[in-house]
Write a protein that binds this ligand. Structure first.
Ligand code: ATP
Ligand code: MG
Length: 568
């Protein structure tokens, strides 16, 4: 965090000083009135009036100019902070879903940065910078008359108590309101994602009602939080006006008693108002201040949680082995054990098929193999080195991964295949050919430049899956992990997957493929059966899949494997 806020402290000190000058210049009005009453009016001299008016005009202009400078600086600081912190927050957004956080919670990180940037250019921060200069005005009022000073000080103390009260009353409400906002985004996002299902099965009414419920809850909590601040804010504003009048009244009394001049009455009133204004502004903007504080805490937490930026030492790219040894994986959110003590060793040129009943843990194992989920115990190693010892670049070059629920990015087909890098045409086409999609892509009007973003083209489920496969194959990674790569494919697609697996083996890579249909296991050498979070069987395909002669090859490998597993 220190790195991200570097230079901010000195900027803050500068703005504090600038605020001091602005605040002292803000006494112009008070002085001007004093001079008018006590000098110009008494002497009846027009030239005097003109002179002090010109002076006041100059001071006002200077104050206005400094005010503009201050707000510009604050705005730039906000932008600079955003520029430095937003990428870090986004990096967290990328990591959070892997650890069991909802998408809405992950995206919330980015919004915290927005909140902070808004805070920099809003009125609340200016009020906070003005606050320390309140004593200048108080001293001025004291200087005019101690009684007036005491009255203003009393008012300031009272208003401060109100600010503390606002904090106490709204703290819980603000926290709950924030939580409700996340819950609401979660529902909104799930509804949007299920638009097709909602339309087809006609339950938009219920989906809407579900949203309405969380929206009402958010509204209720938000109103409660704003209500507290609003009410105390109004009370404080009225009190400030009353105090201002009280200063006038007391001033008039003191003037009648001959203790001070008539000009001082107005000056005291203006200065007292100025002294109380920052407290008033803080109370009025309390919600923003609290939100900014909470956002700052979250951002700080985010930045602290980010992995160390130092990349591990460069290791030569793996070429020999991929080992999973004694791996235990727990669910990121619930901590439930999903896989226990799994060990598998693969050498270059080998392909492993993973089979087993639904919910057995195949995809979880693949996530652990890909380093997506951290392992609680055990190791995943390439050429004997744990995945954590490899730099992100090396991992990127060494891994191809097609998850079970793949999605593509809103960009061109070429960039999707090249994993958002500037596409290397040769490598993109090689990957597309290996995935058997080259012809499909070139048949599109824009070919590899076809935009898949909003307003772009929509591909079918099978086409998307094959592009996902091409992305996994891009750059000939040493290890290719395919989670049910044929789930959406026709016979030709399945042939392409098999050919791809064969190709990876031929070039000395390693493939792990999860399949429910044995047709995708044509080229695998080893088969592992995952059931109930355990590797219940592992061996050469012929042994594991050994079927009774009466059974046909079309049977599910999972079903085939089961009897043998029980024997084993
Ligand atoms: N993100 C997650 N958080 C918590 N539990 C999860 C998560 N993903 C999966 N699980 C649990 O892990 C278990 C194994 O799921 P997994 O997706 O690995 O099964 P699978 O063998 O791939 O099944 P399928 O053949 O249906 O794809 C399931 O009980 C599931 O509830
Ligand atoms: Mg799965």
């Amino acid at each position: 965090m220190a790195r991200l806020t570097a230079g901010m402290r000195s900027a803050a000190l500068f703005i504090l000083g600038l605020s001091g000058v602005i605040n002292i210049l803000a006494l112009t009005g008070a002085f001007y009135m004093m001079q008018i009453y006590d000098r110009a009016l008494l002497s009846g001299s027009v030239p005097t009036l003109v002179m002090i008016s010109v002076l006041a005009l100059g001071l006002y202009t200077f104050q206005g100019g400094l005010d503009v400078v201050r707000s510009q600086i604050l705005q730039r600081l906000g932008a600079r902070f955003d520029q430095r912190v937003a990428p870090a927050a986004h990096q967290m957004t990328l990591d959070m879903p892997r650890f069991g956080f909802s998408l809405a919670e992950a995206l919330e990180r980015g919004r915290y940065v927005d909140t902070l940037r808004g805070f920099f250019s809003g009125p609340a921060l200016v009020a906070l910078f003005d606050l320390p200069w309140m004593p200048v005005f108080l001293a001025f009022v004291f200087f005019l008359h101690p009684f007036l000073g005491a009255l203003t000080l009393g008012g300031a103390v009272f208003l401060t108590c109100l600010a503390v009260l606002t904090e106490l009353l709204s703290r819980k409400a603000n926290r709950e309101s924030n939580r409700a906002a996340v819950a609401r985004s979660t529902v909104a996002e799930a509804n949007a994602r299920n638009a097709d299902v909602i339309k087809a099965m006609g339950f938009s009414g219920r989906a809407l009602a579900h949203f309405q419920k969380v929206n009402d809850e958010h509204l209720r909590l938000n109103s409660r939080a704003s209500g507290v601040t609003g009410t105390v804010g109004s009370i404080s504003k009225v009190l400030r006006m009353m105090l201002q009048s009280a200063v006038l009244g007391l001033g008039a009394y003191l003037t009648i008693m001959g203790e001070m001049s008539a000009g001082a009455i107005i000056a005291a009133s203006v200065a007292a108002a100025r002294a109380l204004a920052p407290i008033d502004a803080c109370i009025g903007n309390w919600k923003n201040i609290i939100m900014a504080k909470a956002a700052y805490e979250k951002v700080k937490e985010t930045v602290a949680a980010l992995p160390d930026e130092t990349q591990p030492m460069q290791l030569p790219d793996p070429t020999e082995r991929f080992d999973v040894s004694g791996v235990t994986v727990v669910a990121p959110a619930s901590g439930k054990v999903l896989l226990s003590d799994i060990s598998i060793s693969l050498e270059k040129g080998q392909a492993l098929g993973l089979i087993g009943p639904s919910g057995g843990g195949k995809s979880s194992l693949m996530r652990a193999m890909a380093g997506v989920w951290p392992v609680l115990r055990g190791h995943v190693r390439m050429d004997g080195c744990d995945l954590t010892q490899w730099s992100e670049d090396a991992i990127g070059r060494s891994f191809g991964y097609l998850p079970q629920d793949y999605t593509l990015f809103d960009t061109s087909i070429a960039r999707n295949i090249s994993r958002l890098a500037d596409p290397d045409p040769e490598k993109v086409i090689a990957a597309a050919r290996a995935a058997g999609v080259h012809e499909m892509i070139t048949a599109l009007p824009d070919g590899y430049e076809t935009d898949l973003g909003s307003g772009g083209i929509n591909l079918s489920g099978g086409q998307t899956q094959r592009l996902g496969l091409a992305r996994a194959l891009y750059g000939d990674p040493f290890i290719v992990l395919l989670d049910e790569p044929n789930s959406n494919l026709d016979a030709a697609g399945e042939q392409a997957v098999n050919a791809a697996i064969h190709g990876i083996k031929e070039r000395g890579g390693i493939v792990v493929v999860i399949a429910h249909r044995s047709s995708a296991l044509e080229h695998v050498d080893l088969v592992g059966v995952i059931q109930g979070g355990q590797l219940v069987n592992l061996g050469p395909k012929e042994d594991v899949m050994r079927v009774k002669p009466s059974r046909t090859a079309a049977r599910s490998p999972a079903a085939d494997a089961k009897p043998r597993t029980e024997v084993a």
